[in-house]
Design a protein around this ligand. Sequence first.
Ligand code: ADP
Length: 182
Amino acid sequence: MDSTRLELHRGDITRFAEHDAATAAIVNAANSSLLGGGGVDGAIHRAGGPSILEECRRLRATTLRAGLPAGDAVATTAGRLPARWVIHTVGPVYSRDDDRSETLASCYRRSLEVARDVGARTVAFPAVSAGVYGWPLRDAARVAVHTVREATGADDPGVDVVTFVLFGDEAFEAFAAELDAH
Ligand code: ADP
């Protein structure tokens, strides 16, 4: 089994389309409420339409009454986005005093597990926690690349391609440097 390919793309994740939308998942940097927010979350709900929020509300009324904890992930429809699933994950808020990098790593691991469970072949990630949640970009990139590499080893039956879709030059350069560094 070939291992997962890691790729970089500069741009808006809501406009990112894989060749086969039927097996594509897009990861959302959501918040615990799952009821929408700013940044990439707002962009995904705007572009994907109301069916995503409807499914999030159903989850909140059933299996996720207390919300989705930081570090965990859950899949919904992708609505009108060029993908089949949105995988919502909740990044930790960055703290200088408290090392929450294990929770950030868990976002990537759990998202990949959910992707595998639903049958996705490709997964697009934004830089989770690196926006409103304040994680320094270079460190966010380090955790992201390291965790995805570790979770998609040679004997992993998971997805074919993971693409980090970075909004802006600074994020793109941080992830490119991290991918090149190893
Ligand atoms: P968090 O609350 O987890 O920090 P944000 O959405 O604020 O989430 O930011 C996460 C990252 O996503 C940031 O690097 C931000 O620049 C980026 N981002 C915002 N909008 C988009 C988008 N449409 N496509 C891809 N990345 C985006």
